[in-house]
Design a protein around this ligand. Structure first.
Ligand code: NAP
Length: 269
């Protein structure tokens, strides 16, 4: 039997109040983490998600501390304050999921430059800043046998160039952040930190709702596995890449999309 777990680990998930980030946080709660710290901009969302994760823990007999701190990670001072607040409440950090992200779609000729800047600022610059802040703590807790983990929430948009709705900044940001992950994997691997990227396909969430509605059934019809992604798809991949057994995997971009990025018809809606 193989037991993938994060027993005793301290995990940080940015954008952990809903969608894919909350899935990751829940996977850590259910699989042994001692502390899970989440953040997003909205204080009410932080409070609600903290309660949700505490309820999940209580229902499943798990003892875990949930830290939930509002912060806009595109504002340098707020990112630093988030780091300081977490660091003051934990004695180690083992896992960072740089998940917070956003998208914007508009035709090329009317695409606002401000939207491109906003997307790149969150999806690339804030990911870099988060990793920069937490790297020293990750280095302290990583070992040769069980390195600390950084997972970057990239996208299959980093692998394919299908873009029926003009998400120019999003595609560039995800390709960029996947490459940032490879760069950091080489640099941080010797410091007992692995850096891998997840590349999800389409998962229903607040962010993907508009695009999925516009696409109709084509995302399912052209997906080799015949469905959209579900919570467990993200949770299983996250858990595996944060478990002791995967400590030799470093610098990958893992598609979690049923093979959709290999099937071009999905670009034609
Ligand atoms: N859903 C998909 O199909 C899909 C596919 C591929 C990749 N992804 C990636 O997965 C990640 C999560 O996406 P999702 O679909 O779960 O989106 P989502 O439901 O919109 O969640 C985004 C999360 O990020 C937080 N956030 C947004 N701006 C922030 C900021 N400036 N500072 C701090 N937190 C911020 C949001 O909370 P607040 O609004 O309270 O800040 C929320 O918790 C993104 O990086 C996305 O690109 C998603």
């Amino acid at each position: 039997m193989v037991d993938y777990n994060v027993n005793g680990k301290v995990a940080v998930v940015t954008g952990g109040t809903r969608g894919l980030g909350l899935y990751c946080a829940e996977a850590f709660v259910l699989n042994g983490a001692s502390v899970v710290a989440i953040t997003s901009r909205k204080a009410d969302a932080c409070a609600q998600s903290k309660k949700y994760l505490e309820d999940v823990a209580a229902k499943n007999g798990k003892k875990v501390k949930i830290i939930s701190i509002p912060a806009d990670l595109t504002v340098e001072a707020e990112a630093k304050k988030f780091f300081d607040d977490v660091a003051s409440q934990v004695d180690r950090v083992d896992i960072v999921i740089a998940n917070a992200g956003a998208s914007w779609g508009a035709p090329l000729d009317t695409h606002p430059i401000s939207a491109i800047k906003k997307v790149l600022n969150l999806n690339v610059v804030a990911v870099f800043h988060t990793i920069q802040l937490f790297a020293p703590l990750l280095e302290k807790s990583g070992t040769a046998e069980d390195p600390s983990r950084i997972l970057i929430m990239s996208s299959v948009a980093s692998l394919a160039a299908n873009d029926p709705v003009g998400t120019y900044g999003y595609l560039a940001s995800k390709a960029g952040v996947s490459h940032l992950g490879k760069n950091l994997a080489v640099q941080l691997g010797p410091k007992n930190i692995t850096v891998n990227s997840l590349a999800p396909g389409f998962f229903p969430s607040k962010m993907s709702a508009g695009l999925l509605e516009a696409a109709g059934s084509i995302m399912v019809d052209t997906n080799p596995r015949g469905r959209l992604g579900v919570k467990e798809d993200i949770q299983n991949a996250t858990l595996f890449l944060c478990a002791k057994q995967s400590g030799y995997i470093n610098g990958i971009v893992l598609p979690i999309d049923g093979g959709a990025h290999l099937n071009n018809p999905s670009s034609k809606f």
